[in-house]
Design a protein around this ligand. Structure first.
Ligand code: F6R
Length: 236
């Protein structure tokens, strides 16, 4: 594991964007696994700048996102599809037909999960998976549990996750209680993993996840078993 500590969120974003840009330059038709949340917003801004400067071409890139809230459709301004469109896809030359976010409004979420895994498999897996980390150690929305779940599945969001994400909604009652998330199988199969985390409040969980025991109670700890993980952390 490569654990990089940087001095600012801007430095974190520049480094993460450079790593993603290198992936795209080296393999223009790569499959990127993408994340939402506040951590990667700066990274996406830097990627947009590179694309606008003509340094980066997304035209043959395919993407698969980690997760989506159950019950929100893609037009909802807190849905993760909306987030991806507004924070990245609308501003780079990616073909939106090549971008996938699990559907949170499918009538059969189990079938949606199975189809999502098939889709990832049909792409040959993920070349580079970008992750954030929750305060409880979740990656995607794989919350602390008794077991690691391999497949894309529906989860009950934990109280700490609902509280952490309430900042994006008008009130905590508006935060969906369930999400559909990629499981550990597709994440662990990714050829490279890049995890970005910022803020002093993430320090403790990062220590547990990357230097503590591997346990499904700290879902990100499974990444200790991945052969190519880079973590970029900024306390500020
Ligand atoms: C988002 C996701 C989550 C976030 C995590 C951290 O797609 O899968 O695991 O990465 O909740 O969120 P932030 O970055 O807002 O602290």
């Amino acid at each position: 594991m490569n654990f990089i500590t940087v001095k600012s969120y801007d430095e974190l974003s520049i480094k993460a964007a450079n790593i993603i840009a290198s992936q795209i330059i080296m393999k223009p038709n790569c499959v990127l696994g993408l994340a939402t949340g506040s951590s990667p917003v700066g990274t996406y801004k830097k990627l947009i700048e590179k694309c606008a400067a003509g340094e980066l071409d997304f035209s043959t890139v395919t993407s698969v996102n980690l997760d989506e809230y159950v019950g929100l459709n893609g037009d909802h301004d807190q849905s993760y599809r909306y987030f991806m469109n507004t924070n990245l896809f609308d501003h780079v030359n990616i073909d939106k037909n090549r971008t996938a976010v699990p559907s949170g409004i499918s009538g059969d979420l189990e079938a949606e999960g199975a189809a999502y895994d098939k889709h990832i498999e049909s792409l040959g897996g993920i070349d580079l998976q970008l992750l954030g980390i929750g305060l409880d150690g979740h990656i995607g929305f794989n919350e602390p549990a008794d077991v690691f779940t391999k497949e894309t599945h529906v989860v009950d969001l934990h109280e700490s996750t609902i509280e952490a994400n309430a900042r994006f909604f008008e009130s905590i009652d508006d935060v969906p209680k369930k999400a559909i998330t990629m499981g550990m199988g597709a994440i662990m199969n990714a050829k490279k993993v890049l995890l970005v985390a910022n803020g002093a409040n993430k320090k403790e969980i990062l220590e547990k996840a990357f230097f503590g025991p591997i346990t499904p109670q700290v879902p990100a700890s499974i990444l200790q078993l991945h052969p190519d993980v880079t973590v970029i952390y900024s306390e500020n």
